[in-house]
Design a protein around this ligand. Sequence first.
Ligand code: DX5
Ligand code: ZN
Length: 220
Amino acid sequence: MIKVIPSILSNSPNEVRQMLYQCQDAGVERVHIDIIDGVFTNNKTTDPSVLEEIETTLRYDIHLMVKEPINWIEKCIRAGADRIIGQIEMMNSQQEFIQKIQGFGIDAGLAIDLKTPIGQLDDYLLPDVDLILVMSVATGFGGQEFNTSVLEKIKQLNAIRTSDKTPFKICDDGGVTTQTVDDVAELEVDEVVVGRKLFENDLAQNIQKFIQASNRKTDQ
Ligand code: DX5
Ligand code: ZN
């Protein structure tokens, strides 16, 4: 079954706190925190350090859309990250990034932006990486429309992990709706990240709607 992970992209520490509590109250296990530095792309969020002051039982995925994400790892560890996922576009060494995170005993992911081809991933690293995140919108903002060009990338990644017997998970982030989640689920994506639309009204119910919708094609 596909996992639906709520994402928080905000420049307000108070809002981050409120959204985290909303997740905790809804019985969510894992939350995706978007971090943007104002350099990688044209937006800026809160710093991971805001998480240090908020007590929750949630697991944190931190999605780093920053220049040289390797320099942000310690901060994410102090913030209680359970997984750290970095965009590769302004990353000097994918290998050093992954090794540093895994050295702290947590999972490491690499993320590719909407326009970045699969070939930009260092393929010799794929056996060691825990997660590949594919963006289905351009990084920077929530509320954008799902771009179907991601489907071909997911197919390619799935073919690689099947033929190489490499166990990395595939996560799709951005623009996923109850209309598109089945297209993604059909391609054996493990996880989808969904932003603010999940937080409207009842978060737990919204997650269930996504899970139900994800089975539309595979159930037939
Ligand atoms: C975009 C972020 C996404 C975003 C998803 O830069 O990485 O995680 O918050 O939000 P929606 O589902 O609204 O596209
Ligand atoms: Zn994200």
